[in-house]
Design a protein around this ligand. Structure first.
Ligand SMILES: [Zn+2]
Length: 452
């Protein structure tokens, strides 16, 4: 109970500046559509094993600092919406630049504290087999509305809040395994509670459940340079492999080696645990977790520092972590002369997803930046200081530039303006072909379904 209290207290304490990273509110129905700051959220997930239906019941406590119609996001239509106890509705609306859609609540509110209750069906990435349920909240940062809003009501990436799950497996005969990057507690065989850290946002959370017999796992630990013994859980689906045992052993060795390499470069691993699901082609990163192919393991684990440690506040900041991770994939080359422009940081202001040019052009840009900073020891020591000073604080590209400028005492904005923002009027842009990247291949829904 003490830990729950502390978690809630921290959730409240840590989010006070989240609205400073929210996009601008905009005109809506003679008033405004306003961004909110979720303070805490509880999600009850119910899986009825015999009825083969699943639902989400979310309770969100939030605040706004301006009056208007509150916005948040969830993709599935809600079956019930209650704002401060009164029934209302949530419809989709487009941002003024048409870059994305949000959900807006059909009830105007004053600034201050409010409570939303939202019920919706859970239908995505769900399979009823092996006597139980296979369900996952896997995400992508390469397309619109593909973070946890695909499954549960949440907010944009600028907003951090304490999330808890109560998961009920009803009418079930088999025990479920639960894989998540939070604190997992089995209250009974059929009731599981998960508390996630208070700095989590819509792209942080990893959740996967299957009947207990489906996966094979290995548990080990990694002793961090700061003395913490960090639990590591690696799992895979033996039915999709020829030699699961050997593969797990191999991944154990690789994981420990990569974590040691990353700590040497960027300091103590920023998360309390490591969860790795070895599946698919490429991978996706979460806070201290990943679903990944063997070859993408290093790429996905460095994302626990950059993407899910140094957290982008919006789609226009998402290119930085892909550029850094891809620069590492390439062996951290120190670039020489560099030309060209790819507008990865200056797209429409409400953009939510990452520009794919980050993998190729962005990686070259980081190599060039490393060269630019060679007299100060290069880019990696600067990135280490970013992690030390700005962990879990959602950032814009402009913040990143000013951090590196501060550490290096160098004026860098002109380089960023030339290469990663929209070209100025009269200047030509060099269009780059967005490259499909080996480490973030987009899997189809059918492919993802196979790995459930
Ligand atoms: Zn990546």
């Amino acid at each position: 109970m003490l830990s729950l209290f502390l978690a809630l207290f921290c959730a409240h304490a840590s989010v006070t500046d989240d609205l400073s990273r929210a996009p601008k509110s905009f005109a809506f129905q003679n008033s405004k559509a306003v961004y909110i700051d979720i303070l805490e959220a509880h999600y009850q997930l119910e899986y009825d094993i015999t009825g083969k239906v699943a639902s989400v019941d979310a309770t969100l406590r939030f605040q706004t600092d301006e009056a208007g119609y509150p916005m948040l996001d969830f993709v599935q239509n809600a079956s019930e919406v209650l704002l401060n106890g009164l029934a209302t509705q949530a419809s989709e609306l487009s941002t003024p630049d048409r870059a994305t859609k949000m959900r807006v609540i059909a009830q105007e509110i004053s600034s201050g504290l409010h409570t939303l209750k939202i019920k919706l069906p859970l239908i995505s990435l769900l399979e009823w087999s092996n006597g139980g349920v296979h369900s996952a909240f896997w995400t992508s940062d390469l397309s619109e509305r593909s973070f946890i809003e695909k499954y549960i009501p949440t907010n944009l990436e600028y907003d951090r809040y304490g999330m808890s799950f109560d998961i009920l497996f009803k009418n079930s005969q088999v025990k479920q395994a639960v894989y998540a990057n939070g604190d997992i507690q089995f209250l009974t065989d059929y009731h599981v509670r998960i508390q996630f850290p208070p700095h989590f946002n819509a792209s942080a959370l990893f959740f996967h459940t299957t009947p207990e017999t489906v996966m094979r796992e290995s548990r080990l630990s990694f002793t961090s340079m700061d003395g913490r013994v960090i639990p590591v859980r690696i799992y895979l689906k033996p039915s999709m492999l020829t030699n699961a045992g050997a593969q797990l052993k191999k991944l154990e060795g690789m994981t420990l080696k990569i974590l040691a390499e990353l700590e040497a470069d960027y300091g103590p691993f920023p998360h309390p645990s490591v969860t790795i699901y070895n599946a698919g082609s490429g991978g996706m990163e979460y806070h201290g977790a990943t679903m990944t192919s063997e070859s993408a393991l290093g790429h996905e684990l460095i994302h626990s520092y950059f993407a899910r440690g140094m957290m982008p506040a919006n789609g226009n900041a998402g290119w930085i972590d892909e550029a850094i991770a891809s620069w590492r994939d390439n062996g951290y080359p120190r670039g020489g002369a560099f030309s060209g422009n790819a507008n990865m940081a200056g797209r429409a202001g409400y953009t939510r997803f990452t520009d794919r040019q980050a993998y190729s052009f962005g990686a070259k840009f980081m190599a060039s930046l490393d060269n630019h900073l060679k007299d100060q020891g290069g880019l990696r020591p600067m990135l280490k200081r970013v992690i030390e000073n700005h962990l879990f604080s959602p950032f814009f590209t402009e913040d990143f530039v000013s951090w590196i400028e501060g550490f290096s005492r160098t004026n860098l904005m002109p380089i960023f303006e030339r290469h990663v923002y929209a070209p100025k009027k009269g200047e030509k842009s060099t269009p780059m072909t967005p490259m499909p990247h080996v480490h973030h291949q987009k899997m189809s829904l059918e492919e993802l379904q196979n790995y459930l």
